[in-house]
Design a protein around this ligand. Structure first.
Ligand code: FES
Ligand code: FES
Length: 164
């Protein structure tokens, strides 16, 4: 099977039912995506599939063939996604384990809604658990990033158009 991760194609010789999380971590050595519960309950393994936030522990590799996979390693070319900057600015992580999944869920939200309400943020983030309790700082950081994200995505599009 061939899958595309962060713009690069990879050939995998694995069972088509293998969870995408295993393929990313064990086959491709992309360990930014974390294993938490393995049952779709914690959100630690969140990635994007064609721009949608999905749980990679529940997604078979076969479901990702022909689609665009984005992991935390590919969220931005240079670590300057507004969420990444806001996470640093507001000192969000404690142990850090859940944070890649948190950022990927938040990024999918801002990609479709650059100015989410409190309720929309709560709904989008409700499936991502944090045993350290960083929820208040996560929300502050998302709001901070949201104020910049429209400009970020427009700038990104402009850059892509300029190089295409
Ligand atoms: S590891 Fe996938 S949701 Fe918990
Ligand atoms: S920062 Fe430790 S689990 Fe969220």
């Amino acid at each position: 099977m061939q899958i595309t991760v962060n713009g690069s194609t990879h050939q995998l010789d694995v069972d088509e039912d293998m969870p995408l999380l295993w393929a990313l971590r064990d086959e491709l050595n992309m360990t930014g995506t974390k294993f938490g519960c393995g049952k779709g309950l914690c959100g630690a393994c969140t990635i994007h599939l064609d721009g949608q936030a999905v749980r990679s522990c529940l997604t078979p590799v076969s479901a990702a063939v022909g689609k665009s996979i984005t992991t935390i390693e590919g969220l931005s070319k240079d670590g300057k996604h507004p969420l990444q900057k806001a996470w640093i600015e507001h000192g969000v992580p404690q142990c850090g384990y859940c944070q890649c999944g948190q950022i990927m869920s938040a990024a999918a939200l801002l990609a479709r809604n650059a100015s989410p309400s409190d309720t929309e943020i709560d709904n989008a983030m409700s499936g991502n658990l944090c045993r350290c309790g960083t929820y208040p700082r996560i929300k502050i950081a998302i709001k901070s990033a949201a104020s910049q994200s429209a400009a970020f995505y427009n700038a990104d599009r402009t850059a892509e158009e300029a190089t295409s």
